[in-house]
Design a protein. Structure first.
Length: 324
């Protein structure tokens, strides 16, 4: 689940403006890669890694899983010592999920922001796109930027604690004033989302090759428009119940996985004047945001979340007899 060190300090903000200023969307993402790249390079497989490691336990070819995962030096050591006399190979069986993710992260080309581009492609073409990084002042989440934003689309994975508390408070206050908020994937654990829903946003997870079926449970909901009864994501990270969120005000999608787990994967909430839509698909090593149906969900979610701005409510003094 963790982000590779090379990209750990990166986060982007992408702003989409409709030509007539009808909607402004600020999208935040923790991903790097070519700006126009919506499909990731060929990725390494946990299944193949386990198979190769198992072969190393019963044949002289110990360590071939390390060659497969881009670690030739330790692969040679394993070949010469039969996997550190078998102990190293057995330990690797527990380390393979992290090793696979590290190698897949390494294979992403450095430079611009893959998820930012993918999120942009998920929205209607009428939006123009600009990008920023976490190195910007206030992580790009300053008050003036958020005040000019109609909908914040937020993709986060492992840098939630790096976002200043003040920035998360700004997001919360702007949502209460009417800014739409669309947190994606692991952003259920973001400071802003937790502050708005009042729970931890924790869930079960598994890094692997599960097939995800995103079931439409409210086909009449605006976010489900132009979708079939189910969206098939061929390979994705598993997120499962128990999912520590309050009962959604509007439940649009439930996902099931090939391992048998389920998740409330598309949940709408109303907080103050703002609308929040949490959507779980979007793991960084799977080209989820290139999926046409997922793009449709993102566009529909932005349209649904766009509300009307207003001032935060204030407590007012009521002297005796004020209503007489």
């Amino acid at each position: 689940m963790r982000i590779h060190r090379r990209v750990k300090r990166r986060i982007s903000k992408t702003e989409f403006r409709r030509p007539n200023s009808w909607t402004t969307v600020l999208a935040s993402a923790e991903r790097v890669g070519a700006a126009n790249q919506l499909h990731w390079p060929s990725m390494k497989s946990s299944g193949w890694s386990y198979l190769l490691a198992a072969l190393g336990l019963v044949t002289p070819a110990a360590g071939i899983h390390r060659f497969y995962l881009g670690r030739p030096a330790s692969g040679v050591l394993y070949l010469l010592t039969w996997g550190l006399f078998g102990v190293g190979t057995i330990v690797d069986l527990f380390l393979i999920p992290r090793m696979v993710e590290d190698e897949n992260m390494r294979r992403l080309p450095p430079g611009r922001l893959v998820h930012a581009a993918a999120l942009g492609a998920g929205l209607p073409a009428r939006y123009a796109v600009t990008t920023r990084t976490m190195d910007d002042a206030d992580c790009g989440l300053d008050e003036a930027t958020l005040d000019a934003t109609d909908v914040l689309v937020y993709w986060g994975h492992w840098l939630h604690d790096d976002v200043p508390d003040l920035a998360a408070e700004r997001i919360r206050d702007n949502v209460l004033r009417g800014m739409g908020f669309v947190p994606l994937h692991a952003s259920a654990r973001s400071k802003a989302f937790r502050a708005l829903i009042g729970t931890t946003g924790t869930f079960r997870w598994r890094e692997g090759e599960d097939r995800e079926l995103v079931w439409v449970v409210d086909p009449n909901h605006p976010i489900a428009q132009e979708l079939g009864p189910v969206v098939v994501v061929p390979q994705h990270e598993m997120y499962g119940e128990p999912f520590d969120i309050p009962a959604p005000d509007e439940l649009v999608f439930i996902s099931s996985f090939s391992g048998g787990e389920v998740l409330r994967s598309g949940c709408g909430f109303h907080r103050g004047r703002g609308r929040i839509f949490y959507f779980s698909p979007g793991h960084q090593t799977d080209a989820v945001y290139a999926h046409p149906a997922i793009r449709r969900v993102l566009g529909n979610a932005v349209t649904w979340a766009h509300g009307t701005r207003g001032a935060l409510g204030r407590s007012t003094h009521a002297p005796a007899g004020w209503f007489a």
